[in-house]
Design a protein around this ligand. Structure first.
Ligand code: PLP
Length: 232
């Protein structure tokens, strides 16, 4: 069992406490267990211990894990950058794609989903801090991306995602999360008929602050599975 039982317990506790501080319940926040570089045996154990939603940032790595882990309630989210040549496989494989960051990618997803007679659920990824190394559309470009994505009948936009700058001092990135929520509220006013409920923000170092600022999904890797051996 190693320490996974205790790690999951700790993360759940911290999620619940932060949810309470934001006037919500733990059920309002989905823990996405980020399993890049984590072997399938550990993912299987995490599933048995109650985690059901798993996040991967590479389509190919995720697909081989999916093939090995065919559980009825398991859900897979793509949290990493998606290249247009992998769009078809991503549409077939993932329950939610967090990383739509261009009109071109949204249109590619539309074509692929339409060809399969299905819809694809997505979040729009926003580079709130403007860091050059980060994927995501910037805040100024977000309304145009939203407007275009909402026109695509086979693309179902559910909300926004961001990756805050790396920090060991979570208070430093609170403004990033607050800003994403504000951007979401602005989109909700502008496009009121659509669902903008999902806010995917917060990772191991900053998920409690992200929840306080309204996160509905937190993407947690190291706090659950320990440090990764390779940087990704
Ligand atoms: C790796 C990764 C995470 C998880 O990061 P931790 O610090 O291990 O919690 C979350 N989101 C994205 C997009 C990632 O690539």
């Amino acid at each position: 069992m190693d320490d996974l039982v205790e790690r999951i317990r700790q993360v759940r506790l911290q999620v619940a406490e932060a949810a309470t501080r934001s006037g919500r319940s733990a059920d309002d926040v989905t823990i996405i267990a980020v399993t890049k570089t984590v072997p399938v045996e550990r993912i299987a154990l995490a599933y048995e211990l109650g985690l059901k939603v798993f996040g991967e940032n590479r389509v190919q790595e995720a697909r081989s894990k999916m093939a090995a882990l065919q559980y009825p309630l398991i859900r897979w989210h793509l949290i990493g950058h998606l290249q247009t040549n992998k769009v078809a496989r991503a549409v077939e494989s993932f329950d939610l794609i967090h990383s739509v960051d261009s009109i071109h990618l949204a249109q590619a997803l539309e074509h692929s989903a339409a060809a399969r007679g299905r819809t694809v659920a997505v979040l729009l990824q926003v580079n709130v801090s403007g860091e050059a190394s980060k994927e995501g559309v910037n805040l100024a470009e977000l309304p145009a991306l939203a407007e275009e994505a909402l026109r695509l009948p086979h693309v179902q936009v559910q909300g926004l995602m961001t990756i805050a700058p790396y920090t060991t001092e979570p208070e430093e990135v609170r403004p990033v999360f607050r800003r994403l929520r504000k951007a979401r509220d602005e989109l909700r006013e502008r496009f009121p008929s659509d669902s903008w409920d999902a806010l995917s923000m917060g990772m191991t170092n900053d998920f409690a602050v992200a929840i306080e600022e309204g996160a509905t999904m937190v993407r947690i890797g190291r706090a659950l599975f320990g440090e990764r051996s390779t940087a990704q």
